[in-house]
Design a protein around this ligand. Sequence first.
Ligand code: C2E
Ligand code: CA
Ligand code: CA
Length: 795
Amino acid sequence: MLGLTCRFLQGPETNAQEVAQIHTALASGREYAGELINYKKNGVPFWNDLTISPLFDKDGTLSHYIGITRDISARRSADEDRQRQERLYSFMFEHVQAGIVMHKATTEILYANSMASTLLGVTHDQILGLAHTDPRWGFIGEDGERLPKEAYPVNVAVRTRALVTNLILGLRRTSDSKLVWLMCNAFPSLNEHGEPIDVVVSFTDVTELKIAEQALKKSEERLSLVLRGANDAAWDWDLMTDALYYSPRWWQMLGYSDRELEPDSQLWKALTHPDDHAGLEATFGRALLEGSASYEVEFRLLHKHGHYVPVLSRGFISRDAAGKAVRVSGTNTDLTDQKLAEQKIYELAFFDPLTHLPNRRLLTELLRKALQNSIRSRQHGALLFIDLDNFKVLNDTLGHDAGDSLLRQVAQRLRETVRLADSVARLGGDEFLVILEQLGSTPQACAANAKHQALKLRGALGQPYRCGEIDYIASASIGITSFDASSPSVEDILKQADLAMYRAKSDGRNTLRFFDQSMQIAADERLKLEYDLRTYLRNEQFELYFQPQVDSSGTIDGAEVLLRWFHADRGAISPTVFIPIAELSGIIVPLGEWVLLQACQQLRLWSAHPTTARLTLSVNVSVRQFADADFIANVLEIVKRSGADPSKLKLEVTESLFAVDVDGIIEKMRLLGAAGITFSLDDFGTGYSSLSYLQRMPLDEIKIDRSFVHSLGESANAAAIARTIISLADNLGVEIIAEGVETMAQQALLESYGCMRYQGYLFGTPVPRAQFEATLISADSCSTQQHGALRGLEI
Ligand code: C2E
Ligand code: CA
Ligand code: CA
């Protein structure tokens, strides 16, 4: 080294600035002290702690430098490690999501990280040296009470000299008076005597967790409260094991003690109301399949005492990772009270409390429905507006109790007088409304029926009432309006009935008035006709006409008897007009009997003569007649009394006969059939025909309706129907006859289809007996000479 400059110690990592400082110091004769990297002979760098001091002569001249060099590599690397560590610690200290505060054993704050100062609501500078009891913050316990000083974590740690872990505290800082929930830990560091030197307290913000926890707790409390106190019956169903738990309340709700029945999954199904099964299964099945988390369904469960308990069942479905339902748990709420309340509300809302009749609101609804029904069924209906006459007088003189009593009796009478399907409502005061449905398919029929019903109601209301101690006679004015598909709105119908009622009132009380004048006329008319029908029947002023029926050769082999009414004032009235009236009023029963008797007597007379003995007579019989209890006995009696050959009597019935009570009808037909009487099915193809009925009917003949015959040449459809009817009759082994045959073309077609008997204008219109017989004579006179015989007949 001797003779060398110090430069040989330097290398690539030597700090050039440090070297420059040495030079500056030396140049100015000052001492240098510093640390720099030097290199050993083998090239390994080391940290060199270097001091260079100048030496001066006595006269002050710089003579030497004395340098002391020391290898400080070991110390340098320990320093670097420590610095690195410190950096790391302070980084962690500042970035950890927790407040960390270091206290002296005297609890004054020695150090705190920035999170700590943020949470405590002070700045980093302010916090150092503060006491733990600084007024800028305060603590509360989990119970919400102010935390006493001795319970502060730092104090606990100092006192117990032990760790404090996971203590939950509420921190209320004065800076923003916000409540922050903290989870605190504290650990004291102790000296060799076991005395605390300092304490580290760390705390994290758990406010969100705490809020969630509080919410959960609250909802759990609520649930347990609900389950304990309320009506809900909990149950739990493990779909994997099919195990079912029914809570005590579940059993109680149905009147059972716990587990009184086998608590399996079949139990609730077995107790479910039969009508609710389908809906329940549908809801439940859908919820399971569609991946819903919950469902709600109402159904009824059988109570031990035999009645059904309406329940609202809410189920929550748990699923496995694949989404498969593994468990359903839920509650049943007893809806009995709710249903009762609903019923009560319904009653209050829709019924009149005094009479328990529907009120105006419900009536409007009922009327709307009736109107829809009417449109669907093409039947007319009527609305009756009924107002008691002089009700106010009764109310004022006898008092409200008497008035109420009268109104209740009126309500009851109205209800009892109308049919079950009809509606009665109270509008308020002494005003009542009646909806009558299915009054007929024509305005005339409707008017007649409505009037009939209204008279019945008026009659019922006219009976004396017992009000308290006295008998009271009341009358009513009734306004009537009809409704059908062409009717205006429900409100207008109501107005019309109201108007009609006022007209009834002004026309002198205790009367009926139609809103529609033409209906008024029709109804009056109808009543008049009914009256005349009875009179004419009593006087036997009807006539029978005969329309020939012929075979394929044109020979007359029978006739249909058709009733004729020649009215003294109104001339001939068509059976299509008076027969429906006779049917509605029931006059058809005695009238039909009269026709039958005439026909049978005619058969008896004809039987004595070769030309007419073979003739059959077809007599029309209405459904209404058939329905009459004495019909069979009367027919048999008439046949017997007249001495007619029952095999020559054909009763024409229509398909509408089979609309109700098929078995009863068949039975009646068999009884008559057993006596030799035959049956023809009239107007076939226009009614209820069901092939299965046809097969069971003891029929002898089917009559193709004249509408098909009429359309034969024009409509392929009609032709097809006619052909089908003919082959059907063939299959059933039943005779066939076509009515309404007017042209030779029609006859030819029918014949080509296999129909061999005909009736219609082509062969003869309905004519009086004498004329009919004359036709027979002239026909016969062409072949045989039997004038005499027939002449004798007419006498
Ligand atoms: P219905 O039983 O279908 O009687 C046949 C109707 O067709 C008769 O009408 C007859 O005059 C008419 N007619 C006959 N041939 C022809 C034709 O070639 N072309 C056309 N267009 N019509 C023809 P009427 O006499 O007016 O009788 C009408 C309905 O009154 C009868 O229909 C029947 O349902 C009923 N009726 C008649 N008399 C009685 C009776 O004594 N008792 C009962 N219950 N109903 C009767
Ligand atoms: Ca007929
Ligand atoms: Ca007919």
